[in-house]
Ligand binder design. Sequence first.
Ligand SMILES: O=C(O)[C@H](O)[C@@H](O)[C@H](O)[C@H](O)COP(=O)(O)O
Length: 273
Amino acid sequence: MSRSGCHTERGELRIYESSDEVATELADYIAESSEVSVKERGFFAIALSGGSLISLMRKLCEAPYNKTVDWTKWYIFSADERIVAKNHADSNYKLAKDCLLSKVPLIPSHVYSINDSLSAEEAASEYEFVLRQLVKTRTVGVSEINDCPKFDLILLGMGPDGHVASLFPNHVVLEEEDEWVTFITDSPEPPPERLTFTLPVINSASNVAVVVTGISKPETLHLVIDDVGPDCSMLPARMVNPGNGNLVWFLDKLAASELEAFKCTEQEGKSRK
Ligand SMILES: O=C(O)[C@H](O)[C@@H](O)[C@H](O)[C@H](O)COP(=O)(O)O
C-alpha cells in the first residue's frame, strides 16, 4: 500500500514501505501501461536502463503477469547501455536478459540490443538508425511537437550523483538536442564507454517512471524533487520532464526520507496518534 501518492511539480510521487512493495506496484504499473498502449496503438514500446531497476521488475515474470501481459506486442529498447560484449557482466542487456527477458514469452526479434562489435560512436548511430525505422512504421510512436520517438514507457533508475540513463552531471551530452541516441567515452562510473538516449527522447515519452530505492540517494532525491540546491545540469534527474507525458517516481521510504512530501506525511501520521 502506498504511504503517500501525491502530485508535485516534479511529477507524481509513489512512496512505498519497502523495495519489495515497490517491485509489486511497479509490475502492476508496467502491466497496465502495456495494456493501455496495446489497446490504443497495437504495440508497447518500452525502454529500460540498467542497475537495480531490473531486479525491481522481477515480479513481471510471476503470475498473473507472465500469463496476462500481451508479451508479443512488446518492443524493448535500452535507454542506455555499456559498450561491452553482450555476455559481459557489465552489460545492461545481459542483466535484463538474465533477470527478465528470458523468463517471459517475448518475441526475440522485438528485443533491440546494441551491436557490441562496433565502437561507441558507431553503435549509437546504428541504434538510432534502427529506432528511426521503427518510428517510420509507428511501431514506436512519434512526438506531436518534434520528430522524436514517443516511447510508451521509459524506465529509469537514478544514481547517487543524480544521473539517469548514462546522462551524468555537467556532461556535454546533456545539451544534445538533435541526436536521439548518443555516446560517451568518459563515464565517471565504469565502464567508461556508453550509449544513451538523449534528454529530448526521454522527455518525449508518453510515460517516464524513475525508480529509486535504498539509503544512498535521499539527499540527491531531495535536491531533485524539492527543487532546491544546485542548478539542473548538476542533477540530470531534474532535467527529466516529459512535457506531454506523465512522470512517476517509484520510491521506497528509505529513498524518500528527505522529501518534503514524505516528512509532511510522517508528521501528520504522528499528530494523529
Ligand atoms: O547503466 C547504468 O549504469 C544505468 O542505466 C544507470 O543509469 C542506473 O540506472 C543508475 O546508475 C541507477 O542504478 P542503481 O539503481 O543500481 O543505483
